[in-house]
Design a protein around this ligand. Structure first.
Ligand SMILES: [Zn+2]
Length: 259
């Protein structure tokens, strides 16, 4: 009979955002705990020199060691903040709600973002919030949209995964947004450090997003950088924005492209 594997080698890992899967996958908790127990005693100092989210540091703290964690990447520094000091969910919930209702030019932030995703139900004609606009490979406007209609229960996405065609107003709005002054695009593009001014890469990166997505990201980033919050809450909100970057981009795997 085969002996079961030692618990030390079973890969028990913490939950993980997809963005960290390749960058900073957490080590096996059992393995880290065993190493710490084998090499140190309570009160010793454990230094995580090449931190990737402070998983080793947290395990050492749990075992009454004194710790240092050195994170060299901004993204994993945010994760370390959450791993070491997870925020109270109620506080996080309150922070998200306060962000959503924050007034900007007389309109709440959530309403300002949703305004550009507003459309009409193809069945009953009432206003709906579009979950996805699907773009063809080429073109200056989306071809389909998906949504849920709270009035008639109509769904843009049918049971076989088809979507509803956009209407003339959707096409007009998309073209108008494409022609609008790219203030949001410039605001985001200017944030990328480059070895020389005028480097094309930042422009190529922001062009992975549709004008309406860029506007939403610019609004969120502006708000996140303005308000003062507890560091773990701030880290959680920034990671939430990072989490949206891939699904919101043209790299998102889809028959067309969503935005
Ligand atoms: Zn409807």
């Amino acid at each position: 009979m085969v002996e079961p594997l030692s618990t030390h080698f079973r890969p028990l890992r913490g939950s993980l955002m997809p963005a960290f899967e390749g960058l900073a996958a957490p080590p096996s908790e059992h393995l880290v705990a065993a190493e710490i127990e084998a090499r140190t005693v309570p009160g010793d100092v454990v230094i995580e020199l090449h931190g990737r989210g402070a998983w080793v540091t947290r395990s050492a703290l749990d075992r009454l060691r004194r710790v240092y964690d050195i994170e060299s990447i901004g993204l994993t520094r945010l994760q370390a903040e959450l791993v070491l000091r997870p925020p109270d969910v109620r506080h996080l919930d309150a922070a998200v709600n306060s962000l959503a209702v924050h007034l900007r030019a007389g309109v709440g932030l959530r309403s300002a973002i949703l305004a550009s995703f507003t459309s009409r139900c193809a069945a009953c004609g009432r206003p709906v919030i579009v979950e996805e606009f699907i773009w063809p490979g080429e073109g200056d406007a989306p071809s389909h949209k998906t949504y849920r209609c709270e009035v008639c229960g109509g769904r843009g996405r049918s049971s076989v995964g088809l979507t509803v065609s956009v209407d003339d107003e959707d096409v007009r709005a998309a073209r108008e947004m494409g022609r609008a002054p790219p203030a949001a695009r410039e605001f985001l593009r200017a944030r990328f450090p480059t070895p020389e001014s005028g480097h094309p890469l930042p422009g190529q990166l922001v062009d992975l997003y549709s004008p309406r997505s860029l506007e939403a990201f610019a609004l969120l980033v502006e708000r996140l950088e303005t308000d003062l919050r507890a560091p773990p809450i701030e880290a959680a909100l920034r990671l939430a924005v990072a989490h949206m970057l891939l699904p919101g981009s043209r790299l998102n795997r889809h028959p067309g492209r969503a935005a």
